[in-house]
Design a protein. Structure first.
Length: 632
């Protein structure tokens, strides 16, 4: 921690701060922290010092954040870059301008949110200052919120600003504009009104008469109870000391904006910062409430563990809107494809007990399911491992998915018909192709080996050792709803009760509470506490070992046995009409589970499967302090 030859670097547990970096030093920091370490950019700005560009940035831990940035973009390149990034599905997050030797440059940050929906955001770039008030009024009227706003430095020209807006999620926000020396009054006034600083940027206006004026733009949100601090007009040394002091108060740096006094050879650097303490309460409540507001979720529940102990569980909204029954961490929800890791563990437990081999063939004369006749003889080479890894070569999860057709057929009739009337798309063991039908077959293999129903065997052999007693295979209709189960709400023509859900048992048929899903993942997360239900060898060699085979586009999807694997992080996501669920195991000993009673897919920015995934990994990234845990 301290000063480097070309700037400053401050290192903390979950983030690093860089400032007073020249172009070369910034590129080195970006390479080491973003490219090699896999972190994300939290904030970024450029400014002028003695006629030379300098840069400041916060790099932090972040899961699955698809970002693109340019810290030193020339003004003439902004439009072409904007068009390219939007075409690629990115949304603008930061649009910071600065002057160097009379020329304007930009530090920009883009992020891709798992969807490409141009209706989800707006950009006001280089707008005249007279548009300031009307722009804010229009954002509120049209259902947007400001996520970034900054004044542009100028030399003898008219004042302009840049602003980025995203679709609102219900949060209460304000924008302030003040002279530098008036900012303490503004800060105290906003604090008294119950707001906290989110971003505080500064810019310099130098007139043709040689006078310099410094201004502060503040972005504020209604405070949810977290401790915070905002400081302005800091020199590099004071900035360093203030960040270190904030860390001693358990407040992390969340916004860092560098700007210049003066211009050219007289320019000197100053900084505005925001720090906040990110405890589970209130950060999680705020994030979940905003998510539910944006996605219009009737009810959901989450559960989180750290170091094998339950540290957070809560229900939100209603499990049953008509009956006004609150959702709780014990409310049962359909979990869709979050059933797949459960099925995979059941199969691997049989492998561990020498009742089954991953190399065993599924079909053909000596196959486990030899009773079924396959129209495509290539299916005779399909192994149990192929089904676990989705590399059987057939029955993909697309419009041809057999599990969501022929609802009049029983499960056995559907399997017989599918195998007898469809061909594989690829040779087995060659291509990853996600298959619900493949996991349906794994359920039948479990039944054949154990001579028990899939549901009973999993309940007794897998779930009971995890302390789980309430999980069941869901019923098809509202009349089949189990005690304590949520009511499901479809979007448009999606009818949650028109699905043959019992037929999906081993690939998507379970109902579970958020707490029960967490109990399961804690017994297979690879950590020593609580005790695991699979050996460490089986975990490492099979459960979290991806096949390495590419999908039809040549991309390695990093899929193992029921889990998507990214380095040391695992996840499983599931959705069907009327429900969305996710299970996450993070490398920092945090595990998370979430379930909800709806699914939305349109407009694209309201896609609940992707939104829930980002929410839960976002919670893991944003919370620095979890409460003491208890056994679960």
């Amino acid at each position: 921690m301290g000063e480097k030859l070309n700037g400053y670097e401050l290192s903390f547990d979950r983030y690093e701060v860089f400032f007073d970096l020249d172009d070369h030093a910034y590129r080195d920091a970006f390479q080491s922290e973003i490219i090699e370490r896999g972190w994300r950019i939290e904030d970024l700005s450029g400014y002028e010092v003695n006629g030379v560009a300098r840069f400041a940035a916060i790099f932090a831990e972040g899961h699955f954040r698809d970002q693109w940035s340019d810290h030193f973009m020339r003004e003439g390149d902004w439009l072409s870059s904007f068009l390219k990034r939007t075409q690629d599905g990115y949304q603008l997050v930061r649009d910071h301008s600065f002057e160097v030797a009379g020329d304007r440059f930009y530090s920009v940050l883009w992020e891709r949110f798992g969807y490409n929906d141009p209706t989800a955001w707006l950009c006001s770039h280089d707008q005249h200052i007279q548009r300031w008030g009307p722009m804010i009024d229009e954002a509120i009227r049209d259902g947007f919120r400001i996520v970034d706003i900054e004044g542009n430095p100028l030399i003898g020209a008219e004042e302009t600003f840049n602003a980025t807006q995203h679709v609102t999620d219900g949060r209460d926000w304000k924008i302030t504009f003040s002279a530098l020396n008036k900012f303490p009054e503004t800060r105290n006034s906003m604090k008294n009104l119950g707001y906290r600083a989110v971003r505080v940027s500064g810019f310099n206006n130098a007139t043709s008469f040689g006078d310099d004026f410094q201004f502060i733009v503040g972005l504020w949100e209604k405070n949810d109870g977290r401790a915070w601090s905002a400081f302005h007009d800091l020199s590099p040394i004071t900035l360093r000391d203030t960040i270190i002091y904030g860390d001693s108060l358990q407040q992390r740096l969340t916004s860092l904006k560098g700007f210049s006094y003066g211009h050219g050879s007289n320019a000197r650097q100053r900084f505005n910062i925001v720090c906040e303490k990110r405890e589970a309460d209130p950060v999680v409540d705020t994030m979940v409430t905003r998510f539910m507001n944006l996605h219009q979720i009737p009810g959901m529940a989450i559960a989180v563990s750290q170091y094998g102990k339950l540290v957070y569980s809560r229900g939100y909204g209603f499990g049953d809107q008509t009956g006004r029954t609150p959702a709780t961490p014990n409310t049962l929800f359909r979990v869709a494809s979050c059933a797949k890791p459960i099925t995979a563990v059941a199969v691997l437990r049989l492998v561990e007990q020498n009742q089954l081999k991953l190399s065993d063939h599924v079909f053909g004369t000596n196959g486990i399911l030899s009773q079924y006749v396959t129209a495509d003889t290539r299916a005779h080479s399909i192994t149990v491992e192929d089904l676990l890894h989705h590399t059987s070569g057939g029955w993909p999860n697309d419009d041809s998915d057999p599990m969501f057709s022929n609802y009049s057929m029983s499960r056995d009739e559907l399997i017989t018909w599918t195998l007898g009337n469809t061909s594989l798309r690829h040779d087995p063991h060659t291509t990853f192709m996600y298959s619900n039908f493949g996991y349906c077959l794994l359920g039948r293999i479990i039944e054949k080996i154990t001579r028990q129903t899939y549901e009973h065997h999993v309940q007794t052999a897998i779930l009971a050792p995890c302390g789980i007693t309430d999980m069941r295979i869901a019923g098809d209709t509202l009349a089949d709803r189990l005690p304590g189960e949520a009511v499901y709400y479809g979007e448009g023509h999606d009818d949650p009760y028109a699905i043959h859900i019992q037929r999906t048992d081993s690939h998507g048929g379970w109902v579970a509470s958020a707490l029960d899903l967490l109990r399961f993942v804690l017994r297979v997360d690879g950590y020593s506490d609580p005790a695991q239900i699979l050996s460490s060898d089986v975990m490492a060699d099979y459960m979290i070992a991806p096949s390495g085979l590419p999908d039809e586009k040549g991309i390695d999807q990093h899929y193992a046995c029921g889990w998507w694997i990214q380095d040391r992080d695992w996840e499983c996501n599931g959705d069907l009409p009327g429900n969305t669920a996710t299970l996450d195991r993070a490398s920092d000993s945090v595990c998370l589970a979430a379930v909800m009673n709806t699914r939305r897919r349109s407009p694209a920015y309201l896609n609940t499967p992707e939104g829930l995934r980002r929410l839960m990994w976002g919670i893991n990234d944003e919370v620095d302090f979890w409460p003491p845990g208890s056994p679960i």
